[in-house]
Design a protein around this ligand. Structure first.
Ligand SMILES: Cc1cc2nc3c(=O)[nH]c(=O)nc-3n(C[C@H](O)[C@H](O)[C@H](O)COP(=O)(O)OP(=O)(O)OC[C@H]3O[C@@H](n4cnc5c(N)ncnc54)[C@H](O)[C@@H]3O)c2cc1C
Length: 421
């Protein structure tokens, strides 16, 4: 791990929350990738959990493949475990990694934003130039549906969301650190969203932060859902036993709008005046899915091989996938990345696809003392050949333990190393 992890630059906390690329580098490297692909090039959009897992698996399993990742950010930041950073349980530099290991593994890394996909001629338009492909894999993660929360876009400098990798997480941490007491509002949208347990783990870690600082504070949660979307009983029990005087959880409270100048949220049952807020809006697949014409809110796939319904040469990975019983998690993006890579290899070798069953485990920290305590859920998926779909089963352990917190740390470290080492 130490060879790949660097004490990287501090991400600028910015309005739009985007790390800008260096144009000179983009132009030079993009020219190297032209002209068009020669039959063996797989281009992956998105250097996050799904894209990196696919790239490393493909290159390792079929070294002759030319594997290219196009990613807009210049460093990797992990959303998994980022809530621990909010709770002062984990430092920021444990979550940031260099992309340098990709080059050593033979994967070409292009820092650029993909702005267009010409599926007829198999060419990507990027902020650094055109890149041809033989097969395309899209793992762009999520975008926010700003229009679903009137006032949120106007208030984005004051109200961080922090559900995408990058400087938004620093913005939220700064907001929490500057908060000296009063009302902190946290709004959760209806699913499907990235990491359904993520907002509930965040509640526990922010409350843990307030408790340790001895603040006179209320963390008022407005959840549009009738109950927590994942591990509900475990989270609610933890709020009551650990943070009973801090957390106020309100189910079925949908945010209708926010006025950041007045610091007022309007919701189903009235108004809430706040001192600081984290408002999570509804989500959709990354914009490139709609630009490429392979999906609308989410991208539907052929479950047999993870190709898009729109184009058999375009494959989907990660949170952007729709119409499947897959939780939108990093664990899932990692296993699906490898599975989709195996199906692309089948295509390159002219073989028919054989369905492969993914799996998922998700830990959630509820307490930060002595390394923390965590609850967890696992999902198994079995291939239903009759209906050409995956069936899902779930197992949960809602008793917080230190063992599972340590398992969460081991899990994250091993996947970071696998993806980026
Ligand atoms: C607070 C929080 C806690 C979480 N905790 C957990 C956890 O404990 N366990 C777990 O398994 N999961 C967790 N998750 C979920 C996990 O982060 C996501 O499910 C996972 O990142 C999905 O991988 P992805 O590849 O689909 O998207 P991402 O990892 O977000 O990667 C997408 C990448 O695509 C890039 N991109 C997008 N569009 C373009 C474009 N047009 N051009 C170039 N690049 C582009 C983005 O910059 C990004 O780097 C958590 C998420 C959050 C927000």
């Amino acid at each position: 791990m130490d060879t790949t992890r660097r004490r990287l630059f501090t991400l600028g906390v910015g309005a739009a929350g985007v790390i800008m690329a260096a144009p000179a580098i983009l132009r030079a490297t993009s020219r190297m990738l032209m002209p068009a692909a020669g039959g063996n090039r797989v281009v992956i959009v998105g250097g996050g959990w799904g894209g990196l897992s696919a790239a490393r698996w493909l290159k390792r399993s079929r070294p002759s493949t030319e594997v290219v990742i196009v990613e807009q950010n210049n460093i990797f930041m992990s959303c998994p475990l980022s809530n621990l950073y909010l709770g002062n349980v984990l430092p920021l530099d444990r979550l940031q990694f260099s992309y340098a290991g990709l080059g050593r593994a033979g994967v070409v890394f292009q820092q650029a934003r993909v702005t267009g996909v010409d599926r007829d001629s198999r060419v990507l338009e990027t902020s650094g130039g055109k890149i041809g492909y033989d097969y395309l894999m899209l793992s762009p993660g999520i975008d926010y549906m700003w229009d679903q929360v009137p006032g949120l876009w106007e208030g984005r400098h004051d109200i961080p969301i922090a559900f995408k990798p990058g400087p938004e997480h620093l913005h939220l941490k700064e907001t929490i650190d500057k908060f000296e007491g009063g009302v902190f509002a946290l709004c959760i949208p209806e699913g499907p969203i990235r990491c359904p347990p993520g907002p509930y783990e965040r509640i526990a870690m922010i409350a843990y932060n307030f408790k340790k600082r001895g603040l006179k504070a209320k963390l008022i949660v407005l959840d549009a859902n009738a109950k927590p979307m994942s591990k509900g009983k475990g989270f609610l029990a933890a709020y009551e036993s650990l943070y009973g005087d801090i957390v106020e959880y309100n189910p079925s409270h949908q945010i209708e709008s926010v006025d950041h100048a007045k610091r007022r949220i309007t919701h189903t049952f009235g108004d809430l005046d706040y001192d600081a807020a984290n408002i999570i809006p509804p989500m959709q697949a990354g914009e490139i899915v709609r630009i490429a014409g392979v999906g609308k809110r989410w991208a539907p796939i052929n479950a047999t091989d993870f190709s898009t319904l729109a184009d058999p040469r375009v494959f989907m990975i990660g949170d952007a996938i729709g119409d499947q019983p897959f939780p939108k998690s990093g664990f899932m993006a990692n296993t699906v990345g490898k599975i989709a890579a195996a199906h692309v290899m089948e295509k390159l070798e002219g073989k028919d696809p054989t369905p492969i069953e993914p799996a998922n485990t998700c830990f959630s920290m509820v307490d930060g003392d002595d390394g923390g305590r965590s609850i967890w859920v696992t999902h198994g998926f079995t291939w239903n050949a009759g209906e050409s779909k995956f069936d899902r089963t779930a197992t949960v352990d809602l008793n917080p333990t230190r063992d599972s917190a340590q398992a969460a740390m081991r899990w994250a470290s091993s996947i970071w190393s696998e993806m980026l080492g």
